[in-house]
Design a binder for this molecule. Structure first.
Ligand code: ZN
Length: 265
């Protein structure tokens, strides 16, 4: 079968840093950059005995984002711990939302070649950002910078409604313009304020069952998102055409070599 006999299915998890003045659970500034470890306190450094206090503005901004994307707003919400170990996450868990997101069942309308199309939004939840690891280029080690730890994020989870890299680009651009317009985020992609985890799978046209998907995390430029989707869809089609199976995994896109790599993390 040829490439044209396949359909590409794409879903996005978009992380967007909220432009509140202070972090989600403490009064440290959210300002980008700064000398490492100067925008932090015992709470966002997760020292023992500290307790998070939710920043009301974060909830307000997230609800605003939900209303602007036609979501239902929950009356009953809570935060949950998502446990994972990584050096840039001092608590070893991220405070996020699991089963009761603030906003759910929304949609936005995008322009496509065939006219307008609705992309469904499954949920928008609030969570804290992690710190950053700076890897020393001379191999002397890695340095942890916790300035970003505790910066508020919303995660916007779409349904797998997109069928091409062009649709993904219009969806991202639309979200970006909405969030800029309602002033909940500066959406600076080069500073990581807006970044996407991209889920891609392929299936033969005319079938209903979703194929196995792979994920590319933390993509922060339209150009690399488009390239990565096209590369990944072609790779998956080739694997299937050669009788192989797609393994569900996280891949790392490299924009220099324009290839996907299997992630070491
Ligand atoms: Zn703090």
């Amino acid at each position: 079968m040829a490439k044209e006999d396949y359909e590409i299915i794409i879903g996005l998890e978009v992380h967007c840093e909220l432009s509140t003045k202070t972090k989600i659970f403490c009064s440290c500034p959210t300002e980008f950059g700064g000398t490492p470890n100067t925008h932090c306190c015992p709470i966002c450094m997760a020292l023992p005995g500290t307790l998070p206090v939710l920043n009301e503005k974060v909830v307000e901004y997230a609800v605003k984002a939900g209303l602007a994307t036609n979501c239902e707003i929950t009356r009953n919400s809570k935060n949950d711990r998502k446990n994972y170990f990584y050096p840039d996450l001092p608590k070893s868990y991220q405070i996020s939302q699991f089963d009761l997101p603030l906003c759910y069942d929304g949609y936005i309308t995008i322009e496509t070649e065939d006219g307008e199309k609705e992309i469904q939004i499954e949920r928008i939840h609030i969570e804290e950002d992690a710190g950053k690891l700076n890897h020393d280029e001379y191999g002397r080690g890695s340095f942890v910078d916790l300035n970003r730890a505790g910066v508020p994020l919303i995660e916007v989870v779409s349904r797998p409604d997109m069928r091409s890299s062009t649709e993904v680009e219009s969806y991202m651009r639309k979200l970006k313009s909405i969030f800029e317009y309602i002033e909940v985020s500066d959406c600076k992609m080069q500073e990581g304020s807006l970044r996407a985890d991209v889920n891609v799978s392929v299936r033969k046209k005319g079938t209903d069952k979703l194929g196995t998907r792979t994920e590319m995390k933390n993509m922060n430029s339209f150009r690399s998102i488009v390239r990565a989707i096209e590369y990944e869809a072609e790779r998956q089609i080739e694997v299937i055409e050669n009788g192989g199976t797609i393994i569900q995994e996280t891949l790392r896109w490299d924009d220099i070599s324009r290839k996907n790599f299997f992630n070491e993390r």
